[in-house]
Design a protein around this ligand. Structure first.
Ligand code: T3D
Length: 258
């Protein structure tokens, strides 16, 4: 795949943005390949967790600003509609967990790609920049929706308006990401997390993700109804049976993601 490396290993799909000479900046082809990778993750049963990361010193520098497709005067609505929105939709609709392994700077759409994951683990040297306003744009790739939820309105709007870089530690202190680890420990932390998620009851994790997504726009009453329906389905799953049997037998459960 052009600009995207996809590998699979015991339940884990690893998607690596692979344009290190451009700090993994995105163009239409790369965004398209990214979308295809997430769509593949959705339909392959053996994939139970996705790890998204970048090759080289950056996670992703956002849109490739040298790409003629986004030259001033171009229809940015078109690139958003055809390339960025489908990626974010595919990530948020994926009924499996996504871990962002943020190995370096994440800027613009690159930052919002990381924030569209479910669990973000960052290297201590990594940073996040909502750099859009610096070039006269607003946060896209779901940023206007995700940032207030992750950071709270007061911090989100300042991040978006000022376009200031924040460290991984700051993002964690503000509750926006899960974990910051020393750079040397990033692989171990992400591999351990991915292995744990790959052995988890995948359908339950997918239901948690879907339920959290819908509560963003629903009432408590509607959330209670959603929880009832999702729990009804999970109650009929093999993993629920296995979870209860293992608990009663005082052994470790072996979930199959079914
Ligand atoms: O419709 C649409 O498609 C619009 C969608 C927009 C979505 C967006 O993502 S808009 C935001 C685009 N991204 C940015 O504005 C970030 C621009 N980059 C930076 O601010 C900085 O490069 C970083 C903070 C990411 C990293 O800084 P630093 O000091 O570590 O590296 P650097 O020296 O600035 O960059 C290294 C090289 O990468 C440099 O090239 P050179 O001089 O070595 O030949 C730089 O130009 C290049 N580079 C970095 N980011 C981009 C890029 N080239 C193209 N596009 C980039 N986004």
């Amino acid at each position: 795949m052009s600009g995207v490396l996809v590998t699979r290993d015991v339940g884990v799909m690893r998607i690596t943005l692979d344009r290190p000479e451009k700090l993994n900046a995105l163009d239409g082809e790369l965004a398209h390949q990214l979308r295809l990778a997430f769509e593949e993750a959705a339909i392959v049963h053996d994939v139970r967790v996705v790890v998204l990361t970048g090759n080289g010193r950056a996670f992703c520098a956002g849109q490739d600003l040298a790409d003629p497709a986004v030259a001033p005067g171009a229809d940015l609505g078109m690139t958003i509609e055809h390339f960025y929105n489908p990626v974010i939709r595919a990530m948020r609709a994926l009924p499996k967990p996504i871990v962002a392994r943020v190995n370096g700077v994440a800027a613009g759409a690159g930052a919002n790609l990381a924030f569209a994951a479910d669990i973000v683990v960052a290297a201590r040297s990594a940073s996040f920049i909502e750099s859009f306003s610096r070039i006269g744009l607003l946060p896209d790739s779901g940023g206007t929706w995700m940032l207030p939820r992750l950071f709270g309105y007061g911090r989100a709007i300042a991040l978006a308006m000022l376009g200031e870089r924040i460290s991984a530690e700051q993002a964690q202190a503000w509750g926006a990401i899960w974990q910051v680890v020393d750079d040397a420990d990033l692989d171990t932390a992400c591999d351990t997390l991915a292995a744990t998620l790959a052995q988890a009851p995948t359908r339950a994790l997918g239901a948690i993700k879907a339920a959290f997504e819908s509560t963003a726009t629903s009432t408590l009453d509607a959330a209670l109804d959603d929880e009832r329906e999702l729990q009804r389905r999970l109650g009929a799953s093999r993993d629920y049976r296995e979870g209860v049997e293992a608990f009663v037998a005082k052994r470790k459960p072996e979930f199959e993601g079914r």
